[in-house]
Design a protein around this ligand. Structure first.
Ligand code: FPP
Length: 241
């Protein structure tokens, strides 16, 4: 059950965030786009820490989409450098806050040093029992469904399961991180109203909150505003209440 704190403030069990507007923030500040990504790390740190403190059970951050591979190589290199820095520098904070790190996405295009660091951080935090934090990296919602379909088809072909056994639970069990609950709340920054191939299967009944600020400006007060907005929603899941 969701805990009501004060007024409409409700902490969702599971939150997903499309971190948008790093480039726009940098442009407005007269800086290079990559400076926006650098500042975006501060917002990542704040959001992770505050969600863990408030008792969110699962947080998924859209850090690098399948489509982001089409960005200039220099920007891609910098994003992965920032990711490696984050994983190295934040490990002690993740441990202190009991956060368990996971990865959602395809592994095949990730460089070996990135994979190695991700795997080591996942292993180092595996015993933590607090919030699960999944970084969506080289992630696409359609690709995730394709990968689940392939895994299920292989099981049917080998005789391990029957086609008629494929139901919603079976598809969920073959997503990248089946232990994660579907997001209750999807937050997107920079005023954009799109899903952008993020968690397509999982967001079927997510409440959507759009924050007008760019991601580098997103702070605890914006997270709290999203939780207040969430607290005002009536979730009917298609039923009559
Ligand atoms: C969108 O801004 C943001 C991204 C594509 C990357 C998000 C990455 C970070 C916040 C830093 C690294 C993350 C972690 C978890 C360590 P944009 O560049 O699309 O902005 P724009 O639409 O204004 O150009």
């Amino acid at each position: 059950m969701k805990a009501k704190a004060n007024d409409d403030f409700v902490v969702p069990r599971s939150v997903a965030v499309i971190m948008d507007g790093n480039g726009r923030w940098a442009k407005q500040a007269g800086l290079e786009r990559i400076r926006g990504h650098e500042r975006g790390i501060d917002a990542v740190r704040t959001t992770v820490t505050e969600c863990a403190r408030l008792g969110v059970q699962a947080l998924v951050l859209y850090a690098f989409s399948e489509e982001n591979w089409q960005r200039p190589q220099r920007e891609i290199d910098l994003l992965f450098k920032l990711l490696k820095r984050f994983l190295t520098e934040e490990l002690s904070t993740l441990m202190k806050n009991g956060v368990r790190l996971l990865h959602s996405g395809r592994r095949d295009r990730l460089a070996s040093d990135v994979l190695d660091l991700l795997d080591r951080t996942v292993a180092a935090t595996a015993g933590n029992t607090g919030m699960k934090l999944s970084l969506a990296i080289s992630y696409g919602g359609r690709q995730e469904i394709v990968d689940a379909a392939r895994a299920l088809a292989a099981k049917v072909a080998s005789g391990a399961m029957r086609a008629t056994d494929i139901d919603e639970a079976a598809i969920h069990a073959h997503l990248y991180q089946p232990s994660l609950p579907d997001p209750d709340l999807l937050i997107r920054t920079a005023g954009e109203r799109r899903i952008s191939n993020f968690l397509l299967w999982q967001v079927s009944y997510a409440e959507i909150h759009v924050a007008d600020v760019c991601w580098p400006e997103f702070g605890a007060e914006h997270l709290h505003a999203a939780f207040r907005d969430y607290g005002r929603r009536t979730r009917k899941f298609g039923k009559v209440l």
